[in-house]
Write a protein of this length. Sequence first.
Length: 82
Amino acid sequence: MIYAMYPHSDMSITITKNSTKGSVTFSCGKSILNRGTSVVNIGEIMRRYNGGGHADAGAFRVDEDFINQIEEELINQLTEDV
């Protein structure tokens, strides 16, 4: 739905609070409507945070105390080659 509302977007980041107290999940993915514009391998970036995925999507869990720091790092890494 997000890519239908914002067709110029080619990636998204979602932060979800986990049932485990004090942790969140960062999920990243590429648009199914606009995949050709990004050469970033999302799975590779997620593995840097002990997560996983593949070229077009991935996720990892982290302590919620690091949300702001990691959000900034992810945005920088995901937009590096754009």
